[in-house]
Design a protein around this ligand. Structure first.
Ligand code: SAM
Ligand code: SF4
Length: 343
């Protein structure tokens, strides 16, 4: 008897069908925003004045874990926690511990602004977190305040160093790359990363935040690479750890470490996208730039079965578009800003 292809059961003798979309892309990666709150107000991400969600609107740890169990049964094996600022979610290490025990989850990561990291790094590591990305756009406290609309540079640097001490290896540092704003930060950041054994990653500025994005405000990947090679050392391209990873990876020819470039605008990686996103208010998105989303919280709180949750995950994957079309006149900026989706 042939298996019914519409069956998404995961009974003992049946393997789940992979989460393959209409373009053949298999999805194994889920980013979960655990809060929309933030202790910074980065200009490229969110407005100064915001009304945050009522806490009851956020998915509970138990709800997140239930969803992840179902997602893992369908082939999701990689999770990244994000926000808003995820370390503002009380006892986040407890959620990490719960997720680390979900069968099938083999890779747990976190993206943080680092402000609260020094206090939490060890507890997160001990709970099973292994990947960490800390966002830091500048080493200049005045520029930090301009970009983040808050102070905090020293705390972020302390957080990065605490993460290293706690055992995270590598610690990746993410900087958004904006023309006229961050060109002068590239070399100091790259030097800082080289000096402390960190992996520096530059992300092209994307049209998703609160401010007015224009293509000519993007300081492009090839310009960053040229600047590093001119002022620091030649770079040699290397194979990324995973073929679907969005970053192009390089090592310094002099052995001084590793650099990643995420060229979301100049070199979109939609063709190899393997990601889904769960927002803090429980909506499932199949693209950072998606214009539609599916309501997971309503299902979780409305008595839905695991099969219902599996069906919504499959629906999200099945309806995924080919790509974000940032570089075309057809591009439509989503209403949600980055902090409410989770980067
Ligand atoms: N608060 C945490 C942080 O800053 O790392 C996690 C959430 S934040 C939305 C995730 C990542 O998105 C950060 O690295 C941030 O720099 C990046 N980001 C936010 N807005 C962006 C934009 N318009 N273009 C490119 N990256 C952006
Ligand atoms: Fe907060 Fe991160 Fe957005 Fe900055 S990028 S405002 S730290 S959520």
């Amino acid at each position: 008897m042939t298996a019914n292809p519409s069956t998404h059961g995961v009974g003992p003798s049946r393997l789940p069908l992979p989460l393959r979309d209409g373009f053949g892309r298999v999805h194994n990666n889920l980013r979960i925003s655990v809060t929309d709150r933030c202790n910074l107000r980065c200009v490229y991400c969110m407005p100064e004045e915001v009304t945050f969600l009522d806490r009851a609107e956020l998915l509970s740890f138990e709800e997140i874990v239930r969803f992840v169990r179902v997602a893992a049964s369908l082939g999701i094996d990689k999770i990244r926690l994000t926000g808003g600022e995820p370390l503002l979610r009380r006892d986040l290490h407890r959620l990490v511990g719960m997720l680390a025990e979900v069968p099938g989850i083999r890779d747990l990561g976190l993206t943080t602004n680092g402000i609260l990291l020094a206090e939490q790094a060890q507890a997160l590591f001990d709970a099973g977190l292994r990947r960490i990305n800390v966002s830091l756009d500048t080493l200049d406290p005045v520029r930090f305040r301009q970009l983040a609309r808050r102070d905090g540079l020293e705390r972020v640097v302390a957080g990065i160093l605490a993460a290293k001490r706690a055992g995270f290896d590598p610690v990746k540092v993410n900087a958004v790359s904006i023309r006229g704003v961050t060109e002068h930060e590239v070399v100091p950041l790259a030097r800082f990363a080289r000096a402390h054994g960190l992996e520096m990653r530059f992300i092209e500025y994307m049209p998703i935040g609160a401010d007015q994005w224009e293509r000519n405000k993007v300081y492009f990947a090839h310009e960053i690479l040229e600047q590093i090679e001119r002022e620091l050392a030649p770079l040699v391209p290397v194979e990324p750890a995973a073929p679907q990873a969005p970053a192009q990876e390089f090592v310094y020819a002099d052995g001084g470490g590793r650099v990643g470039i995420i060229a979301s605008v100049s070199r979109p990686f939609c063709h190899s996208c393997n990601r889904l996103r769960l927002t803090s208010d429980g909506k499932l998105r199949n693209c950072l730039f998606a214009l539609d989303e599916l309501d997971v919280k309503g299902l979780l709180r409305g008595g839905a079965s695991d099969d219902d949750l599996a069906a919504v995950i499959r629906q999200s994957v099945a309806t995924k578009w080919e790509g974000h079309e940032i570089n075309t006149a057809r591009f439509v900026k989503p209403e949600r800003t980055m902090h409410t989706i989770g980067g």
